[in-house]
Design a protein around this ligand. Structure first.
Ligand code: ADP
Length: 385
């Protein structure tokens, strides 16, 4: 408890944009997010006052950080699970807890558990040798998708391979791997839910996540032309997963829509890119909801504020630098699309890196999407198509 405010202190491990936007939501709740950042230049460290610089892989640093926190939570999945267990053994309140979080940290554990629960998944197996891979591919056909069991993000750690020869390097790298059939994806969807320790659950409309080169470039909320039954099925599935796995806080369930229905791709147990649209597009944003959930407060209403919301990510261009004239483009963008909302994360620009996003709302998908797309392109490339 913060004696000055009489309100709880939430500590978030990781100082990226998710912590930065969670801090923004914490301010409205009378709080200030405590952040364990890698460096003073991290996006959240630039804006929060209660910043500890330390190493999330060090139990000593985590322990020092947790002191004085009412609850510890995460902006990424990379804290070693055994360290989280040690914190819990110390008496620290951690949400999500290690038993749930392992399913967002380890893809083989996730696939095994979801398969046990009867949740539709691509055909999959753990794989450690050419023989095992060959056997799997003989059943599913090539190409197949190899995935690092842990540590991947934004498509890093995912390899589509068409033959044993193509798989040789990854197989020989010593990384723990799973293999999945290559799903014939119609489109990618996501369902974001929150669950509190009390057991309350909440869910936003199902969204479409538009991907390019393994990176999400746009989120369309709600997913266009998704029939009501499928949408309800997806929402119920995500809430069930949250409950069965004992998730506390935000859970993003990434789905593939196929000709035969939905299959789960992966899980994230933290605020997620697929729900950034909720900042303007829903009564309660995912960041506020994450705070409410980890604090075991009642959850907020998730109803949309507009018929259509589109979020477009701002991805770093070919150079490692802030694009020339960014400030001027912000100015022009605001003048041209006064309703578009800009979010910049204060991050170093690197090729393909998510450095911000824009959000547009309205009544009709095509025009809202065109506005969000044009605004994002203009901001990053000075090119409003
Ligand atoms: P990350 O952990 O890096 O986000 P994902 O497991 O989400 O990795 O995979 C990244 C992308 O690769 C997915 O969004 C999808 O486009 C593609 N992909 C992943 N698994 C499969 C699969 N089994 N079949 C077809 N495409 C896949």
């Amino acid at each position: 408890m913060d004696a000055r405010t009489g309100l709880p202190v939430v500590g978030m491990v990781g100082g990226g944009q998710l912590a930065r936007m969670t801090h923004q939501a914490a301010i409205a709740l009378g709080q200030s997010l405590r952040v364990l950042a890698d460096t003073v230049d991290d996006g959240a460290a630039l804006v929060a006052s209660d910043v500890v610089v330390g190493d999330y892989r060090s139990l000593d640093d985590l322990r020092a950080f947790a002191r004085g926190c009412d609850v510890v939570t995460f902006d990424h999945e990379h804290v070693p699970n055994e360290h989280i267990r040690a914190l819990v053994a110390d008496g620290v309140v951690v949400h999500p807890g290690p038993d749930a979080l392992q399913f967002a940290q380890d893809k083989s554990a996730m696939r095994r558990r979801l398969t046990e629960l009867g949740v539709p998944c691509p055909r999959w197996a753990t794989v450690a040798s050419e023989r095992e891979l060959d056997e799997f591919a003989a059943a599913t056909g090539w190409p197949v998708v190899l995935k690092a069991s842990s540590g991947g993000y934004d498509g890093k750690g995912v390899w589509v391979v068409g033959s044993l020869a193509e798989a040789a390097e990854v197989l020989g790298s010593g990384t723990a791997l799973i293999v999945e059939e290559k799903v014939a994806i119609v489109r990618e969807l996501a369902v974001d839910v929150a669950r509190s320790p009390f057991g309350q659950g909440s869910v936003w409309p199902v969204v479409e996540t538009v991907q390019r080169d393994g990176i999400c470039v746009e989120v369309l909320a709600p997913a266009p032309d998704l029939d009501e039954d499928t949408a309800e099925e997806a929402q119920a599935l995500a809430l069930r997963i949250a409950q069965e796995l004992g998730v506390t806080g935000m859970l993003a369930v990434e789905l593939f829509e196929t000709a035969d229905g939905l299959v789960v791709n992966e899980l994230a147990m933290r605020p997620h890119n697929s729900a950034h649209w909720t900042i303007e597009g829903a009564r309660t944003s995912q960041f506020e909801q994450h705070l409410r959930a980890v604090l075991d407060y009642p959850l907020g209403a998730t109803s949309p504020t507009a018929p259509v919301t589109v979020m477009a990510n701002l991805l770093g261009g070919p150079d490692d630098v802030v694009p020339k004239g960014l400030d001027e483009r912000v100015h022009h963008l605001m003048a041209r699309w006064p309703d578009v909302k800009i979010h910049l994360y204060g991050k170093q620009f690197r090729p393909g890196r998510k450095v911000g996003h824009v959000t547009a709302l309205g009544d009709e998908l095509d025009s809202v999407r065109a506005r969000a797309r044009a605004a994002a392109d203009y901001l990053m490339n000075g090119d409003a198509r």
